[in-house]
Design a protein around this ligand. Structure first.
Ligand SMILES: [Zn+2]
Length: 76
């Protein structure tokens, strides 16, 4: 009888450990989920009309440019 109780306790312990681990892994999985990549909008250069990603543009007084050179040419 003692052996059965011990075996049951071990099984219960293993089940608890596994359940806890699974919950932890699931939690980590949700936290490590990479964020959706930001939408890179393509905008035309005000000077040469070449489309460039918004993050790589140069801000001018009149608008966005592909380079500082074009900003200087368009906005003297
Ligand atoms: Zn340009």
């Amino acid at each position: 009888m003692k052996v059965i109780l011990l075996f049951a306790a071990l099984l219960f312990g293993a089940w608890l450990w596994r359940a806890g681990r699974r919950a932890k892994l699931k939690d980590q999985g949700l936290r490590n989920k990479p964020p959706a990549p930001p939408q890179t909008e393509m905008v035309p250069c005000l000077h040469c009309s070449v489309h460039i990603a918004q993050g790589e543009t140069v801000q001018g007084k009149l608008g966005l440019y592909c380079s500082t050179e074009h900003r200087q040419l368009a906005e003297p």
